[in-house]
Design a protein. Structure first.
Length: 451
């Protein structure tokens, strides 16, 4: 046997690998019959190097047997004290451990990419060529997520997105409460609460933001939020999500006019949208289409409906093209300055009587809550919408109101994992790459015969 310190292995004249070292520098010898023992054999009790061979036991771990390897662990009896022992099998356990870690990593990657546990189990089995029970793989996944801990923040910007989602746990509705820092982009809290009642939210928010600065919140237009947040944080400022204002305007138009909103009412809606964001292009297009409608208008109301339907379709295509162009250029709709918004809104208030009754009420509502819609124009850290949090929801649990979880523990595991991933933490780091796993398995293939 020739030993090489550089290669950390030894080779017999027949070129078969018979001696090798592990990562812990333990040196092993593999006999021709497939028996594994350490090069140095010392009694674990008295330390004497005086022993007799006492047979062997076969390695029956599934990863070894499915690789087709026939490995036998040598057994000894000490001549001095009579102790019986088996040789150290660290090299075998190292392969088993790394293979398990690789499977964990593969399973986790499949599930976090959106595959169901059942489909993820099938992918793992097909990829590794090894038969695992779905229950075993599911337990591996659950154990990994249970090890994810909630990150505790010691500092934050003081400006937060806040929103709730509703989950089904065994058919019972539960509340998902989420706080995201606007400036640093980190999710401060993502937790489950029993309900969305004021007192429940108060306790959860108080715990989540304990010790952190609180200056402003961006929230949906629920009337409970200003009261709740101002009670908790007396100096807090509120920015109502303008996107939700737009959704209410659309709803009120559809409630009054149905799906076929007339061009003139589309113009009214975009006039309100134009207060905080620049929608001049849409207003110019609508003005052009309304003029065209007047030239094509007849005494036949059915014909007029068809004409207006065609013009509405043309406007929808125009809006879609604008969005596509902005997306291609990486642009957003331009925000209005505070001065622009004040001037445009003053003009709207002056001619409010020309709007439908529901929109007249909406105009008065905006006027009464002007400071809560314009905080973003007075503080550059504040965003005009809650879209930053909506993006987080979309990247984690999309359509969560339709997702039915089996238990509250499942929700906690998933929310902890979502939050950790979003905040840039790796959920699980395997002890070995595939290349390292193959290298170790290859060494065993060289050292031992096939079964």
């Amino acid at each position: 046997m020739i030993c090489s310190e550089n290669k950390k292995l030894s080779v017999e004249y027949n070129t078969r690998l018979t001696g090798f070292r592990t990562t812990s520098s333990q040196c092993y010898f593999a006999s021709v019959s497939g028996k594994l023992r350490t090069v140095k054999v010392n009694c674990p009790t008295c330390g004497k190097v005086a022993y007799v061979n006492n047979g062997y036991h076969a390695v029956e771990d599934s990863i070894i047997t499915q690789l087709g390897l026939n490995i036998r662990i040598a057994q000894f009896t000490c001549k001095n004290c009579g102790t019986r022992w088996s040789t150290n099998r660290e090299v075998i356990d190292e392969l088993i451990s790394k293979e398990k870690d690789f499977v964990k990593s593969l399973m986790l990657g499949c599930v976090r990419a959106g595959l169901s546990l059942q489909k993820s189990s099938a992918v793992v089995a097909e990829t590794t060529g090894k038969d695992y029970s779905s229950q075993y793989l599911n337990e591996l996944y659950i154990n990994m997520l249970e090890q994810v801990k909630q990150e505790k923040f010691s500092s934050a910007s003081g400006v937060y997105h806040y929103d709730e989602q509703f989950l089904l746990v065994n058919g019972e509705e539960k509340c998902r409460l989420t706080v995201k820092d606007v400036v640093i982009g980190k999710v401060i809290a993502d937790m489950q609460t029993e309900n969305a009642q004021k007192e429940t939210l108060r306790k959860a928010l108080s715990t989540a933001l304990e010790g952190l600065p609180v200056e402003a919140f961006i929230v949906d237009m629920k009337q409970i939020y200003p009261e709740l947040l101002e009670e908790l944080f007396p100096k807090v400022k509120i920015q109502w999500c303008i996107f939700h204002l737009y959704k209410l305007i659309w709803k009120e138009l559809r409630d009054e006019f149905g799906k076929k909103v007339p061009l003139v009412q589309l113009y009214n809606a975009y006039t309100l949208f134009n207060i905080f964001f620049n929608h001049d292009a849409e207003l110019e297009k609508l003005n052009e289409l309304m003029k065209k409608f007047e030239t094509l208008r007849t005494k036949d109301w059915k014909s007029n409906d068809e004409v207006e339907k065609s013009l509405r379709k043309g406007f929808a295509e125009f809006v879609k093209a604008l969005k596509k162009e902005r997306r291609r250029k990486g642009q957003n709709v331009l925000r209005r300055t505070r001065e622009e918004s004040e001037k445009l809104f003053a003009d709207i208030v002056a001619m409010a009587g020309l709007f439908p009754k529901k929109l007249q009420k909406r105009i008065r509502f905006v006027q009464e809550n002007w400071d809560r819609f314009t905080l973003f124009q007075r503080d550059s850290r504040v965003q005009p919408t809650n879209n930053g949090l909506e993006h987080y929801f979309a990247a984690t649990l999309s359509k969560t109101e339709k997702k039915d979880f089996r238990s509250a523990a499942t929700v906690v595991r998933e929310l902890n994992a979502f939050r950790a991933e979003w905040n840039g933490h790796r959920l699980f780091k395997p002890a070995a790459t595939l290349a390292q796993l193959l290298k170790l398995a290859g060494t065993l293939f060289l050292a031992f015969q096939f079964g």
